[in-house]
Ligand binder design. Structure first.
Ligand code: ATP
Ligand code: MG
Length: 397
């Protein structure tokens, strides 16, 4: 039987006049995500996107769609003619290898073609009866079924599908509907998750990484590129700005009190990231900070680093525990890369006793020993831009 992919998207966001804009962007993103596949036909009707692709690509196309933001669910469906007899036959055929003896089910029907010979309740009853008769040992349960079977009579054809062939989408808003933000991407567990969470709301990402050659190795940089690559799978592309950070760190180490080192370093990171953000039309910075996680993430410390920025700093992990962040990292596929052992620029220059309750004026006074503007200018001049795509070669073997 011919199969087609049905894509459903969130409904709350469909309310009001924004719906066509949202749909157009989502379709464009789907086309973009599927551009490696030939023979794709995409149509949209009644809040469902229909994707027609040759049988052999269906699994891969579904997998790719499962990373497109804005999609709530993806179902494979059998397609048949619009008559109750063919819908019944199709339902039995389509479910015969999937719905097993002992499983309970219920049929829900919908008809958008109001001229169809039966109404939805009648369709559901007849299709349910046919399945019950046609597949041995299955049980009808209208209250709490294991499997929900849907029969839909649309304008062009009828479709039969079930929760057995449904995969969850990522939800969120279509990429491009929420502007651009710049992610401070380290090699750690937190920042990729933070980037993902904001990207999920429809925001495109740039990433900035501070790199301390030769204190950190090329493997450490490759790890960050790999994290950006995994994130780009949800977005199609990320520009990664790699900032040479060694000179700044050495200057801070030589000229500032050791216990202020981390905070001053973080203030440089924020300022440089803001410059990248402005160049790339980003409206916000994103970090993986979480209250209390380390000394530089106490409320007082966050205040000291935040005060150098004019644009908003988004910290989507702010109230999350490490366990929760790790769970997310596993879910989005970055965890295994994040825990590779290559050192980060901060781990090389970590003071033994960082201040946890810093005062802004005191940190500013320590920082005054440095040529802040000159150092920033030089670092920005040395930025390397790496364009990162999902199908780029894996960097970590
Ligand atoms: P991560 O949060 O990614 O696990 P971390 O736990 O070591 O890193 P910090 O070093 O305190 O946390 O950094 C807090 C945030 O600052 C990170 O989440 C990230 O957004 C940013 N950051 C830290 N180091 C770098 C770096 N080398 N390049 C870019 N951003 C960084
Ligand atoms: Mg962290």
């Amino acid at each position: 039987m011919k199969e087609i992919i049905l894509v459903k998207y969130g409904e709350i966001i469909l309310k009001g006049g924004n719906r066509p804009v949202f749909e157009r962007v989502l379709i464009k993103n789907i086309r973009n995500a599927l551009k490696e596949f030939s023979d794709i036909k995409i149509t949209i009707a009644q809040a469902t996107i229909y994707i027609d692709t040759p049988e052999e690509n269906i699994d891969d196309v579904c997998d790719r769609l499962s990373r497109v933001f804005g999609i709530v669910s993806i179902s494979r469906a059998g397609v048949c003619e619009k008559s109750i007899e063919s819908i019944k036959k199709a339902a039995v055929e389509y479910l015969s290898n999937k719905l097993k003896a002992g499983m309970s089910f219920k049929v829900e029907a919908k008809r958008s073609d109001k001229r169809f010979e039966l109404n939805s309740i009648q369709i559901a009853q007849q299709v349910g009866g046919a399945i019950h008769e046609g597949i041995e040992g299955v049980i009808v349960d209208v209250h709490n079924p294991q499997v929900l079977v849907r029969a839909e009579v649309r304008d062009d054809a009828a479709y039969v599908y079930s929760t057995l062939d449904k995969i969850n989408g990522r939800g969120g808003m279509p990429t491009g509907t929420g502007g651009i933000a710049t992610l401070l991407l380290s090699g750690g567990i937190d920042s990729p998750v933070a980037g993902y969470m904001i990207a999920k709301r429809g925001v495109e990402l740039n990433a900035v990484n501070f790199f301390s050659f030769p204190y950190t190795s090329d493997r450490a940089k490759e790890k960050v590129v790999e994290l950006a690559r995994i994130l780009s799978g949800y977005l199609t592309k990320i520009n990664l700005y790699v900032v040479p950070f060694t000179e700044i760190q050495l200057e801070i180490r030589d000229k500032c009190p050791e216990e202020h080192m981390t905070l001053i370093m973080r203030r440089f990171m924020m300022k440089i990231s803001e410059i990248v953000a402005k160049k790339t039309k980003s409206a916000a910075l994103i970090t993986g900070e979480s209250v209390g996680q380390v000394a530089s993430q106490t409320l007082a410390a966050l205040n000291v680093t935040n005060s150098v920025c004019e644009i908003p700093v988004l910290r989507p992990l702010v109230g999350m525990d490490k366990d929760e962040i790790i769970e997310r990292a596993r879910d989005i596929g970055t965890f295994e890369t994040s825990i590779l052992p290559y050192e980060d620029c901060c781990t090389v220059f970590t003071p033994k006793h960082p201040t946890t309750n810093p005062k802004l004026e005191i940190i500013e006074r320590s920082e005054a020993a440095l040529d802040v503007d000159g150092l920033i200018e030089k670092a920005v001049e040395g930025i390397e831009i790496i364009e990162v795509y999902p199908d780029m070669e894996d960097n970590n073997d």
